[in-house]
Write a protein that binds this ligand. Structure first.
Ligand code: AOF
Ligand code: ZN
Length: 360
């Protein structure tokens, strides 16, 4: 029943549009914390008539942008959203009201919002208004998109990832694979996904000093530097990128020269290196995700790794295996007491490296 000159409308299932929601939500990667990334697509008669994503906390939600984009065409249309529409007055008014006002007929939700002030009330509000609601479409994909947000909402703690490079004979390496720091490279992309990155002061020796994401418009994470008195941190010899903030955790007073303090480098003195104190600091700053990068790993990481494993403070691990044998000879996690198995493991090749990701 396609008339001459009219292109046929392609039939897609609900999953197709939710996958599109996730794709556009990711345009704001790194910019939405403490809010989640959310995408919304309005579909009418098999055609996308509006799209939107949440760009930043404090700004309107995905649904608002998508409804604006669709205009009057939203009436009787289906709205696809990767996260349950909110039903509360936060920094912005409830999306449920906007969807009801726009007279959409059906709402397809990727996953319900773990935020206790939303938690399924968005779905019930829409149903009460006579809108058909379907939930749990491409749920795994939607959960992965906001793994840090979900963890933080459910536990109140930041989502913590351990990242390190290994030689094929199982030693820690101080280097990354080729091109991973360049724009589009995995490390450059990874950096913009985290609110904070913890590194050893050894990493900041001249060779490894550049720790910024090269993605266009990237929001740089807070750089947290561990500086044990036995470490190698020297001011002003430390060359730090000025495009992002730095906090140095140290077990003794360190003299920060005027230039460093003008550049916004903060120092925190701890009795001993401990992860709990570092994570508390991140929490106070409203940071929801933290990556520990073990390159340059040394005595500076030993205590906090042990504490992290013992107290289950780690959620995710990312390991890059390089085609190198015995370069540094540093053995991995020597104090692990028992075998632990990772869940939801994925692996892929990255140039000459292999990248493994898994969850505790
Ligand atoms: C949605 N669509 O695009 C987002 C939602 O302070 P506010 O008003 O920005 O509200 C933040 C909360 O709203 C956040 O914690 C989460 O529960 C939800 N985020 N909801 O319907 C969106 N970003
Ligand atoms: Zn909303």
């Amino acid at each position: 029943n396609v008339r001459c000159g009219e292109s046929p409308v392609e039939e897609h299932d609900d999953g197709f549009y939710i996958r599109r929601c996730v794709e556009i939500a990711r345009k704001a990667v790194g910019h939405t914390s403490p809010n989640p990334m959310v995408g919304c697509v309005i579909v009418k008669d098999g055609k996308i008539v509006g799209e939107g994503f949440h760009p930043k906390a404090g700004q309107p939600h995905a649904e608002v942008f998508a409804l604006r984009d669709a205009g009057d065409l939203a009436e009787s249309a289906t709205a696809f959203v990767s996260l349950e529409p909110c039903n509360h007055y936060g920094r912005t008014p409830p999306c449920t009201e906007a969807l009801i006002k726009a007279k959409v007929k059906r709402v397809v939700v990727g996953m319900v919002d773990p935020n206790p002030i939303v938690a399924s009330t968005g779905v019930s509000r829409l149903r009460d208004a006579g809108i058909e609601v379907v939930t749990g479409i491409e749920e795994e994909l939607c959960r992965k998109l906001n793994e840090a947000y979900i963890h933080q909402m459910l536990t109140g703690n930041p989502f913590v990832t351990l990242r390190y490079s290994l030689s094929v004979d199982g030693g820690f390496l101080d280097q990354l694979g080729a091109e991973v720091m360049e724009s589009g490279g995995y490390y450059s992309k990874l950096l913009q996904e985290y609110d904070a990155v913890v590194v050893s002061s050894f990493l900041l020796s001249a060779k490894y000093s550049v720790l910024s994401s090269k993605e266009p418009g990237a929001k740089q994470p807070l750089q947290i530097v561990l500086a044990k008195s036995s470490g190698s941190l020297q001011f002003p010899a430390v060359t730090m990128d000025t495009s992002f903030k730095t906090t140095i955790f140290s077990d003794k007073e360190i003299a920060v020269d005027l230039e460093a303090s003008q550049r916004g480098i903060e120092t925190v003195v701890l009795d001993r290196m401990n992860l709990t104190a570092i994570l508390e600091h991140c929490k106070r700053q409203g940071l929801c995700s933290v990556m520990l990068d073990l390159r340059g790993s040394s005595a500076e990481f030993e205590e906090i790794l042990q504490e992290g494993f013992e107290q289950n403070l780690f959620q995710k691990v990312i390991v890059e295996v390089l085609p190198i044998l015995g370069a540094s000879g540093k053995e991995a996690f020597k104090y692990m007491q028992q075998n632990r198995r990772l869940k939801n493991l994925t692996s892929r090749t990255l140039g000459e490296s292999i990248l493994l990701e898994g969850y505790f």
